[in-house]
Write a protein that binds this ligand. Structure first.
Ligand code: A3P
Length: 288
């Protein structure tokens, strides 16, 4: 497969060469957003696929036709990926665009545009666990090493896609400079229906209660994990090996507790406090 061993470095961040080239990244940075574009922004493993599904279904008023026949990377393509230019279509509905890029790369273009931005954050402890397993199955990422080794790199921001802390803080600093909606993976877990309704309000896309029912039903983990259009089982095994770990792995809040020792958790908390001391975001990671 193409460029599986290649690492692209862009804006100081390492990215898999299988999906990114210098040209595709430059194209992303120079991209002109249109009014009506909706941009899903995440650090990997934070609920990107979930949000792609929710927005697809909101825009189809709960009709599952597109969600069950068109892969997520076609209906909500990643701006920075090599296939983006050929994939993004000017269709009837708004264009859903996905990105993991940091704010300093995209903020200049987004500030000038009327695009809407949806940012999803997730407890970084759960992100680290999910990302660790993703490294095992995604063959375009480097070997994960042991979990303690991976955690160390994650906390230092030395993993692909860069530092979780920088990503969250960078985008949060831009929130007043663009049409920006912030939500967490934990919000979605706690009250999916309420989250869908809030998103409808932000997108200016009112829905009947029965339509919200359909979105909610289709976006539950057991349903999504069976949907071939989002569970990545269409991807050949030499690129994503589901025998190593499923893409739709567990879909829960707090799986980090099964993986972190007390010492690792305390060390993580220290780094979190230090790195986030200049950020006024208030996080609620538990569902209680
Ligand atoms: P886990 O590995 O913890 O299970 P991304 O799409 O950003 O790569 O994030 C993937 C994570 O989101 C995985 O987490 C996946 O299981 C979870 N996820 C995807 N769809 C979900 C859903 N409908 N409900 C809960 N979690 C979901």
């Amino acid at each position: 497969m193409d460029r599986m061993e290649v690492t692209e470095v862009f804006a100081g961040i390492q990215l898999p060469g299988h999906l990114h080239t210098a040209q595709s990244l430059q194209y992303a940075q120079d991209f002109q957003f249109q009014e009506g574009d909706i941009v899903i922004v995440t650090y990997p493993k934070s609920g990107t696929t979930w949000m792609q599904e929710i927005l697809t279904l909101i825009y189809s008023q709960g009709d599952t036709e597109i969600a069950t026949t068109v892969p997520n990377w076609v209906r909500a393509p990643w701006l920075e990926h090599t296939y983006f230019k050929e994939t993004l279509k000017d269709g009837e509905g708004p264009r859903i665009i996905t990105t993991h890029l940091p704010s300093d790369v995209l903020a200049p273009a987004l500030q000038k545009s009327k695009a809407k931005v949806v940012y999803i954050a997730r407890n970084p402890k759960d992100v680290a666990v999910s990302f660790y397993y993703f490294h095992k199955m995604a063959k375009f990422l480097p070997e994960s090493g042991t979990f303690p080794e991976f955690l160390d790199l994650f906390l230092k921001g030395k993993v692909y896609y860069g530092s979780w802390f920088d990503h969250v803080k960078g985008w949060h600093r831009q929130r007043k400079n663009m049409d920006y909606f912030y939500i967490t993976y934990e919000d979605l877990q706690k009250d999916l229906r309420r989250s869908i309704k809030k998103l409808c309000g932000f997108l200016g896309c009112p829905m009947y209660s029965k339509e919200v029912d359909k979105v909610e039903q289709h976006c539950k983990f057991p349903v999504m994990s069976q949907n071939l259009m989002v569970n990545y089982s269409l991807i050949p095994r030499d690129i994503m090996d589901h025998e190593q770990s499923k893409f739709m792995r567990k879909g829960v809040v707090g799986d980090w507790k099964q993986h972190f020792t007390e010492e690792q958790s305390a060390a993580f908390d220290n780094v979190f406090q230090e790195k986030m001391s200049d950020c006024d975001l208030h996080f609620v990671w538990s569902l209680d």
